[in-house]
Design a binder for this molecule. Sequence first.
Ligand code: ACO
Ligand code: OAA
Ligand code: MG
Length: 299
Amino acid sequence: MNPNKKRLRRTMMFLNAQKPGLVKDPYIYNPDSIMLDLEDAVAENQKDVARFSLFHALKEIDYRGCERVVRINGLDTAYWKEDIRCAVAGGCDAIRIPKTESPEEVRAVEAEIAIAEKDFNIPVGRTLIMAAIESARGVMKALDVCESSERLFGIALSGGDYTKDLQTRITGTGVELMGARQNMIIAARAAKVQCFDTVFTDLDNMEGFRKEVETIHLMGFDGKSIVNPRQIPVVHDIFTPTQKDIIFAEKVVKEIEEKREKGIGVFTVDGKMIDIAFYDGAKRTIELAKASGVYKGEL
Ligand SMILES: CC(=O)SCCNC(=O)CCNC(=O)[C@H](O)C(C)(C)COP(=O)(O)OP(=O)(O)OC[C@H]1O[C@@H](n2cnc3c(N)ncnc32)[C@H](O)[C@@H]1OP(=O)(O)O
Ligand SMILES: O=C([O-])CC(=O)C(=O)O
Ligand SMILES: [Mg+2]
């Protein structure tokens, strides 16, 4: 398995692949991933310019460990195959498919990536895939999409197009996204891939943004698509385990391992009942803390 499939992706920041001011140094804000957009942020008559700029950015800029995902144009356009060739030739880490509705679409993208990897001497299997789900049909097909390719590391809800398809709109309450979010996170967990929430475009409403991030964190999402650097600290704050969480998780792991030796299955830690069912969750907290650079312990 490509080890990058499970990497930390709390923040995946969109930027227009054609704007030099955005493309040149987004890593200074420390997002976990950037998503260089060739799709909706790029005007129809600028598609070739954006692709050209994308290729040179990928080739020439050192993004300092920040994952580089490219959002290609939809499979119903004339652009997507050339988008993939330029992105793969430039050495991108992953392709984001917009408006995904079926596993066949993911497999079509996978086939083009494989051809491009061969043509441009990129190690076969290096380029990963994520699928954005932006319609009612896509939500209903989420599990099939999650299981469509060994290269696919996750799915992402795209709320703007999704609410249009549902004949509603983004309200800020989350009520219109409830079913899609729940269905997608369940599908992703069933298939053991990651799941990301949609962008929040009301940039000055930081209180509403924080509430939304808290909600999707509790629902089990791995992270969020974002559109602006000022959204990064909020997401990282909520998605990074606190020292209190980490210390409790360490106690749980150590106690379960010690008590197991002594033949004890159920006991308390800090007044909370603990048994083997809590082991994987505690381990996951520690792994997340390590990946986020905040772990100081020895486990
Ligand atoms: C529904 C969809 O399809 S969403 C996906 C497509 N959308 C996008 O890609 C949009 C990405 N975001 C942006 O282009 C911008 O953030 C906008 C247009 C929304 C707002 O732009 P601004 O009002 O200029 O933002 P703001 O004033 O907060 O910018 C502050 C700094 O952050 C930089 N910045 C803003 N957004 C980004 C970004 N997404 N990536 C990298 N840098 C960014 C700006 O260049 C500016 O840098 P500077 O101080 O060196 O000049
Ligand atoms: O992926 C996202 O969140 C942005 C997007 O395309 C949409 O909302 O339609
Ligand atoms: Mg969209």
